[in-house]
Design a protein around this ligand. Structure first.
Ligand code: F3S
Length: 488
């Protein structure tokens, strides 16, 4: 083997930078990845693209901080999560890329962000930039961004960096007013508060939710935005008809500071046509089914634009769950559901791949994501954050019952403020807790002593295992309530 071959690591499958690589050693840990067990440290990593969480950008920062980052990354398909490595000092290349023009940034904007957007445009083959109406930032929890992220954000504040567009924020690692009651360690809370404070000082609106569209950041159809949080990206593109790429958490900061994003990917009509038809058997029902269906399709066609056929009805909550599933196992930014989602489908070219999605695929995905049959020490609902209609549904299921294990519901503070007081009182009277600002994945559950978590979401099931190191039970909402509560 030559020296250049020894220095190069060729990945034959996409990689998640958040939970697919050990941040302290650089060893690939992503379950089922063909190169699992090999290290990216010091290597020229040639890879198709990243998958999974947009917070992967901070995963690259952590690798750099521990001195185990790749020497260089060569991408086949540009994605802003991986391109964010540039801001951590890791050079990124896309083969055959040509230099894009420099964006016309307002005066006083730090040059590194302008150069970063120019680099992203060059790597992505974009020739121009689009003003963004809003930015939604992922990577808010101390559990996911760690000291590397905290130092980066505090450094920006010290230098007087400010956002120039509407900026909303993803969940933090704790309910900012009830963290003591949750059992969050003091040292974690102190750092978490510093992260939120830094973002606020730069001008963010601290929505602390992955459903910003339910918390005042609601783009109109056709509007260009720049959102991190992969589930919100899928929702914005697919259900709202807005336009955003799946933005790395650090890239989204650059866009918020400059007010522009390069014009490529989901911003352009030609990339929004279906690339795969998913023929369903009409059996999908409930958010767990929809999230598992999205997860199955994301695994099968990680970068596809699926067109689902055979779904007669789907609620907004089911579509929200489907988007989250497809973005967790793959990097699906946009999906269409024939007769239901608003984007024009256009005429399908012959030769579009067809994928069959049958009952056994959905059940198999749910089974594959469940790691244990033992009793949970915590039941969690709300990935993505619960809407008002989901909270009302759970309220109905819990009526007249008492939970038999700790039972936590996660929602946006903006949604919680719309829930009638009596409904909240009833739910908490049954022993359930309704927490805002955080979720089961980004709260430090393992450090808080939990080991087996039950949930109704395929996305949460994946990350509880890979990121949290926890055992998981994945079941539909009704079943979770029936199994883990009893008549009062
Ligand atoms: Fe939201 Fe947390 Fe799930 S951020 S999409 S509830 S992992």
């Amino acid at each position: 083997m030559s020296k250049s071959e020894r220095d190069e690591l060729r990945l034959t499958a996409p990689l998640s930078w958040l939970d697919g690589v050990d941040p302290e050693t650089g060893v690939i840990t992503q379950p089922g990845h063909p190169q699992a067990g090999l290290s990216v440290a010091g290597k020229r990593v040639v890879m198709p693209h990243s998958v999974g969480s947009t917070v992967g950008a901070y995963g690259l920062f952590k690798l750099a901080r521990h001195g185990v980052a790749p020497r260089e990354i060569v991408l086949k398909h540009p994605d802003s999560v991986t391109i964010s490595a540039e801001l951590a000092g890791i050079p990124v290349r896309v083969l055959g890329a040509v230099e894009a023009p420099r964006p016309e940034a307002p005066e006083g904007v730090p040059d590194e962000f302008v150069r970063f957007l120019q680099k992203e445009a060059s790597l992505a083959g974009a020739h121009s930039y689009i003003p963004v109406r809003s930015v939604h930032l992922s990577g808010i929890s101390y559990a996911t961004i760690g000291d590397a992220g905290l130092e980066f954000l505090e450094g920006l504040v010290e230098r007087g960096v400010r956002f120039r567009t509407l900026v909303t924020t993803n969940p933090a690692g704790m309910d900012v007013s009830r963290w003591r009651e949750m059992g969050v360690p003091e040292s974690f809370a102190e750092r978490q508060i510093r992260i939120v404070k830094s973002l606020n000082e730069m001008g963010a609106t601290p929505t602390l939710t992955c459903t910003p569209y339910l918390a005042g950041n609601l783009p109109r159809p056709g509007e260009h935005v720049c959102w991190g949080e992969s589930s919100a990206v899928a929702f914005a593109n697919s259900v709202l008809g807005a336009r955003t790429n799946r933005e790395g958490s650090v890239k989204a900061i650059a866009a918020a500071v400059v007010g522009l994003t390069p014009a490529y990917g989901m911003h352009l009509d030609e990339n929004r046509a279906p690339s795969v038809i998913v023929e369903t058997d009409g059996s999908l029902s409930g958010t767990t089914d929809f999230s598992a269906a999205g997860y199955f399709v994301g695994e099968s066609v990680p970068r596809g634009v699926p067109l689902y056929r055979g779904i007669k009805e789907a609620s907004i909550d089911e579509l929200k769950a489907m988007g989250a599933g497809g973005a967790a196992s793959g990097s699906i930014e946009l999906f269409h559901v024939e007769g239901i989602t608003p984007n024009p489908i256009g005429s399908l070219q012959g030769g579009v791949e067809v994928l069959r999605l049958e009952r056994r695929d959905v059940d198999g995905t749910i089974e594959q994501l469940s790691t244990t049959g033992s009793m949970p020490d915590l039941v969690t609902l709300g990935c993505p954050h619960l809407s008002l209609s989901e909270l009302r549904e759970i309220h109905g299921l819990l009526r007249g019952r008492k939970v038999s294990v700790p039972f936590w519901l996660f929602t946006a503070r903006a949604t919680l403020s719309q829930l009638p007081e009596g409904v909240l009182r009833d739910m908490e009277g049954s022993g359930a807790k309704v927490y805002a600002d955080t979720c089961m994945v980004v709260a430090p559950l393992r450090a808080m002593g939990y080991r087996v978590i039950a949930t109704n979401s395929a996305k949460a099931a994946k990350y509880l295992r890979t990121l949290g190191g926890l055992d998981v039970i994945l079941l539909p909402t009704r079943e979770l309530v029936e199994r883990f509560s009893r008549p009062a």
